[in-house]
Design a protein around this ligand. Structure first.
Ligand code: AMP
Length: 464
């Protein structure tokens, strides 16, 4: 997953993009970067591994003058965790400097890349986004609008994009609409962001959310809607609402907070925990769900786990060793709340089961009499090919174990998942959703070997 930001026609665009990236930090913590274009069309960039705050300071921002900026926070789903894969991708083309920030995952990138390499293209990263750079730069269409459209017509999968060519910015969402993208206004300028929480921090007002297939050009504060991409059935990623987006954002026309509370209420209806003394969340992603569960069940809401805010999202680190070490320093139980009680723990999802197993051990060690785990989404049984980091089926505990086996593995007294229908109803019954990771119903052909894609390391690709 990634966070993307675009700033157009606003003085000191670098500083605004920095603020926007700060608000989108939860969408990716492996690298951060921005490309800033000045009044003369000169592009300057800065990218680095790690957090936004670790990569930018006053001096670096001062070295990025301009009123147009495109920025990115990354966590890898395709391509390995190296600086070469940090975004935005930026190159010089015959139409001027080109920069791309991409949120999503292209499912046919490997095949396109092989073809491009055979025709002489040289790649400097293993990220799928670089394929788009080549397709745009090589297009022989007459206008930049058409060059980008021609490239987009060749790629398949999930993409929300902010692109700059010279001083002109484009914002695009693929026709299935997997990932969110919003537009805000600020004075005479425009801000584009993955989530509306970035507009709030910058001080821009919400203008609109891009619909699936929307393709817009932004020039000097003017937003022009170009002909839309060929329509396809809409499959918004339901996991954005369940886990990924911030609760203070509006995503797919919904308040994420409202959806999460409703998921919690629905969970309490479907999977009650009679006899529970207290309910608490695994902070922070399931806070609103625990609130909804407590409201519906009448069980008292408490803070049973305290999260150390100076540790990033555990799961977001791509290696198992890093993940396990971080769970322990991320959460600590509140003994006063837990000791001697029958506790209901609400989490948004269960992926590998590792975090939860360790948490349950902690909660028991803090004296819980009974532990009842409730999950605000159904069992995750399949990988995501559209930008969420769940690459292999073998790693997903619910793909290979029954609910009773999972209960035993986690060491809980009872385990209850929300149903698929319950989740979709709470998420907004009129929206078309992608729920492939829960249901196995993939809206696109599935790539054969996503694990190989993700861990591909060559910087200069060679034909397979
Ligand atoms: P685990 O117990 O190891 O299955 O981890 C489950 C935890 O990971 C839950 O608390 C979720 O909030 C979180 N989570 C679920 N999906 C993801 C994801 N794609 N990236 C990061 N964290 C996730």
């Amino acid at each position: 997953m990634c966070g993307i930001i675009g700033v157009s026609a606003l003085p000191d665009a670098a500083r605004l993009a920095y603020l926007g990236l700060y608000a989108l930090q939860h969408r990716g913590q492996e690298s951060a970067g921005m490309v800033v274009i000045d009044q003369h069309g000169t592009a300057r960039s800065h990218r680095g591994m790690g957090l936004v705050s670790e990569n930018f300071d006053d001096e670096i921002l001062a070295g990025l003058p301009g009123d147009v900026a495109v920025g990115h926070t990354r966590y890898s789903t395709t391509g390995s965790t190296v600086l070469a894969n940090a975004q935005p991708c930026n190159v010089n083309t015959r139409c001027g400097p080109l920069a791309i920030a991409h949120n999503g995952n292209l499912i046919n990138a490997d095949a396109l890349k092989r073809d491009l390499v055979e025709r002489g293209a040289i790649f400097t990263s293993s990220s799928d986004t670089e394929v788009l750079v080549h397709l745009i730069a090589r297009s022989e269409a007459d206008t930049v609008d058409e060059q980008i459209r021609e490239a987009l017509e060749q790629v398949d999968g999930a993409y929300s994009l902010v692109i700059t060519v010279g001083r002109t910015m484009y914002a695009v969402v693929d026709s299935r609409g997997f990932r969110p993208l919003v537009i805000g206004r600020m004075g005479h300028g425009i801000v584009v962001a993955s989530e509306s929480c970035a507009l709030d921090l910058i001080g821009a007002s919400f203008h609109c959310e891009l619909r699936p297939g929307d393709f817009v050009r932004i020039d000097n504060g003017q937003v022009t809607h170009l002909p839309r991409l060929a329509p396809r059935p809409v499959t918004r990623c339901v996991f954005e609402l369940v886990y990924f987006a911030r609760p203070d954002s509006m995503v797919f026309g919904e308040s994420v907070d409202r959806v999460r509370r409703e998921l919690g209420r629905q969970l309490a209806r479907e999977q009650p925990a009679p006899g529970g003394d207290v309910v608490f969340s695994v902070p922070d992603s399931s806070n609103a769900m625990a609130l909804g569960f407590a409201e519906e069940s009448g069980i008292k809401l408490e803070y049973g786990l305290i999260r150390n805010h100076y540790v990033g999202r555990t799961f977001i680190n791509p290696t198992q060793a890093l993940r396990t070490a971080k769970v322990k320093i991320k959460f600590n139980p509140v003994r006063e709340v837990i000791h001697g009680k029958s506790v209901v723990v609400v989490d948004d999802s269960l992926v590998r089961g590792n975090t939860s197993k360790e948490l349950v051990q902690m909660i028991r060690a803090a004296g819980a009499r009974e532990v009842h785990l409730r999950l605000g989404s159904p069992p995750i049984t399949g990988p995501c090919y559209y930008g969420i980091d769940t690459p292999s089926r073998e790693e997903l505990i619910a793909a290979t174990h029954s609910i009773e086996e999972i209960r035993q593995f986690l060491g809980v007294d009872t385990l209850g998942y929300l149903s698929l229908n319950g989740m979709l109803h709470a998420a907004g019954k009129d929206t078309g959703f992608c729920h492939a990771c829960f249901s196995g119903k993939y809206p696109t052909p599935t790539p054969n070997d996503p694990v190989r894609l993700r861990h591909a390391t060559p910087l200069i690709a060679t034909p397979a």
